[in-house]
Design a protein around this ligand. Structure first.
Ligand SMILES: O=C(O)CCC(=O)C(=O)O
Ligand SMILES: [Fe+2]
Length: 390
């Protein structure tokens, strides 16, 4: 049951008049009227305001959405959640606040976080028990060189990468995260359900993001964990919580990880922390990123294949702007007529074991396949000009 006192929203209370003024200047008269009613606790007005802001967020490409509408969306979410909370509708309030964090602007983030914190504390003792499943383990198979990426010769590649300090080459860093609380806690589904079960997260469903039937969904973390447990690799497509800033969204999970010191070497600046959680069989197709990356393997194992930035043209990057950092080559099923030389290209590969971190230099191509249920965290950072040669 919700406690009688309301969810506190100090930033909203302070910023509301100016925010409403700015929305009105952008023509959002109806929104402003509804927001004013919502401030008095009117749930239907709050929902109407949220709908209006949602429409604005979907009125064109994301980059053209005015920031004021993103803040307006957060504002409406806070009003909806407050009204739901007052009615004891805690699950609904969780979802709405998470939507505010995922889709909204930065202005009211503190209030969204504080409200979620309050809800989490109140539901901490809720019954979250469910059957614990077995991790799916995909056996690595022996094969000749020029093998497909899903045919891993474990003996050959295991720990094939050199172990040394960070350089311009990929390197595995072992035994550097034993002290992370996540290493002990995340193996326990009940813990994850307890701290994040009610939270809404964006997930990807499909073979991989380059496939036509790939889609995105918003589901609760509990539902996500249920899908991981029940995924058998045959009937459905895997659900992948991929490249999501989960730790900005769920502060309890952020407490479980530590930023590796390497990310600050050379005066670098941290760019993003992302979660990559999923069942065995998720694939991130061959692509490259502009930043330095430490991919930390907290739970489970992953196969990673890497090609240097210097051979980019031989990997047939897409020409479209959105996909220019992805390769047209499907490493799981290489089309040899279209890409005859790819089999001959040299690559590095490894199995990233639980507790390992992999340093991936900027613009190095990488393909990643989960061999078991897998929870990884990536840390992207930029340096100050002394970048590795491409
Ligand atoms: O783990 C994965 O599936 C992909 C990770 C990745 O591409 C990255 O960290 O940049
Ligand atoms: Fe990547």
């Amino acid at each position: 049951m919700a406690s009688p006192d309301a969810l506190q929203t100090p930033t909203l209370d302070a910023e509301a008049p100016e925010l409403i003024q700015r929305v009105t200047e952008e023509g959002g008269y109806a929104f402003s009227t509804m927001a004013a009613l919502a401030a008095g606790g009117d749930l239907r007005a709050a929902e109407a305001a949220r709908e209006m802001a949602w429409e604005q967020l979907h009125s064109g490409p994301w980059s053209s959405v005015l920031p004021v509408w993103r803040d307006a969306y957060s504002m409406a979410c806070l009003h909806v959640a407050k009204a739901q909370y007052a009615r004891g509708e805690l699950k609904e309030a969780f979802r709405v606040l998470d939507m505010g964090l995922i889709m909204g602007g930065t202005l009211l983030r503190k209030d969204l976080d504080a409200a979620l914190h309050r809800l989490s504390a109140e539901t901490a003792n809720a019954d979250t028990v469910a059957a614990k499943g077995k991790d799916e383990e995909e056996g690595a198979q022996k094969s000749a060189s020029g093998r497909k990426a899903n045919e891993v010769d474990e003996a050959e590649v295991l720990r094939a990468l050199p172990r040394k300090s960070l350089s311009c080459s990929p390197v595995i860093i072992s035994d550097s995260m034993a002290h992370w609380p996540a290493r002990k806690k995340w193996g326990d589904m009940e813990y994850l359900k307890r701290v994040a079960g009610e939270r809404t997260v964006p997930v990807e469903v499909g073979k991989n993001y380059l496939c036509s039937d790939w889609k995105q969904e918003l589901i609760t973390f509990s539902e996500f964990l249920r899908r991981i447990q029940s995924f058998d690799g045959t009937s459905d497509d895997p659900t992948y919580l991929a490249q999501h800033p989960l730790f900005d969204q769920i502060s309890d999970l952020r407490k479980d990880i530590l930023i590796p010191d390497y990310c600050f070497a050379g005066g670098g600046e941290l760019r993003s922390l992302n979660a990559w959680f999923g069942p065995a069989g998720t694939v991130t197709p061959l692509h490259h990123d502009p930043h330095h990356n430490i991919l930390a393997q907290v739970v489970g194992r992953k196969y990673v294949r890497l090609y240097p930035a210097s051979i980019s043209e031989e990997l047939y990057p897409y020409s479209e702007t959105m996909l220019h950092n992805s390769s047209k080559v499907d490493l799981d099923n290489i089309d040899e007529t279209q890409f005859p030389k790819v089999q001959e290209l040299e690559f590095l590969d490894c199995i990233l074991e639980e507790g390992d971190m992999l340093y991936i230099p900027p613009r190095w191509w990488h393909y990643v396949r989960a061999l078991t249920v897998s929870y990884s965290v990536s840390f992207w950072w930029s340096d100050c000009g002394s970048s590795c040669p491409s």
